[in-house]
Design a protein around this ligand. Sequence first.
Ligand SMILES: *Cc1c(COP(=O)(O)O)cnc(C)c1O
Length: 427
Amino acid sequence: MTWRVRFWLFKVVPRWSPISAKQKEFFHWPIVTEEDEQAVLEVLRADTMSDDSITKQFEAEYARYNGRKFALSYPNGTLALQVALWAAGLREGDEMICLSVTYWVSAMPAITLGASVVFADCEANYLCIDPGDIERHIGPRTKAILVVHYCGHPVDMDRIQPIADKHGLTVIEDVSHAHGTLYQGRMTGTFGRVAAMSMMAGKSFPIGEGGMLISDDPDIIQNALAFAHYRRHNELTRADLKPFAEIPLGGIKGRLNQMCSAMGRVQLKYYPQRITAIQDAINRFWDFLEGDPGLCPHRPDPESGSTMGGWYSPLGHYVPEELGGLPVEKFAAAVQAEGSVSSPGCNSPLHLHPVFNDAVIYQHGGQPTCIAHSDRDVRQGPGSLPVSEQVMQRTLHIPYFKHDWPEQVAQHAAAYRKVARQAGKLL
Ligand SMILES: *Cc1c(COP(=O)(O)O)cnc(C)c1O
């Protein structure tokens, strides 16, 4: 490269500096080291992408990390969840209760299986399913409650299981935001009959693209193998499933690429220490802002033994009443102008989306697919879930620090503090 070219690069990339490189590292995810690269290269060079020896090691290690007997991997979390629902017995015409403010994958696999989804409201502090709003949605065909540990926050599991027991329902956990999150000292993903989680590159446990299903129940694993793991049908032991060996019942191929399994094994080694750094940094951010108006942390009481795991997509509660009614969009824009990171809202409520109201996907006599097999119209219009419908105006995304660098955390928190204390001027 000549000096001219170098000079030109320097001119057009003025933001290159040790400071912005450091800022980039502060937020960069996943953390990939030579160890990940080496592990992936070995698979690539040995041409074992479609084998399963490394995948089985990864599954065993992931099951051990979670304290579950079994783990089965998938190419993504969407498929892991669909298989989990089928393996737990969700069928055409059944109903599943689910959080409305979540990513679409929590709910759509039930629709794919011909079931209907009835949405429950979220609890305003935890932003997970409100245990007090479940029972009014239960009908004769309700089979399951799907709980999402939303944005890393554990669901209040002590209040979920009694409701499930009383009505004979199966609890299924979507742990895609909460790998490593503890609820009262116990790992999320170990409460339901089965749990599934995404491992795509942006999630707190990242393997590139992938998903996992974990359970202690051998029947769940047998069903899951039969549904989408045809090359592993030699692992089928159940007499009712064996006759179908070699062809997956779901018509689905669920094999994970071993390059992802290899990365997953390396990621798992460092995961506990990496999420400790994230928790320390975000707790530090919130401790800095304690007493300032307008914002409250979305995190459990530290005394409870509950944690936020990898704190995926960290949120704050936005309290406009304390800031003269300043809309969250204006607050977030002002924080950005101060050089920090902020964006308004969280997932929009699924119960109001046209796919869960009007979409005719499979042409069942022209019936909207979301109720095509149900014996009642479970669609829920505006006003039906008041907390879910307001939460977009009452939440904002805070910086997702990946390292506990106290000085830098304080700089970001100071930007938030400045905006919160001067909110009156922004009105
Ligand atoms: C990301 C995600 C999934 C599944 O994700 P994939 O992208 O298919 O791996 C499932 N549930 C929730 C809540 C998610 O955020």
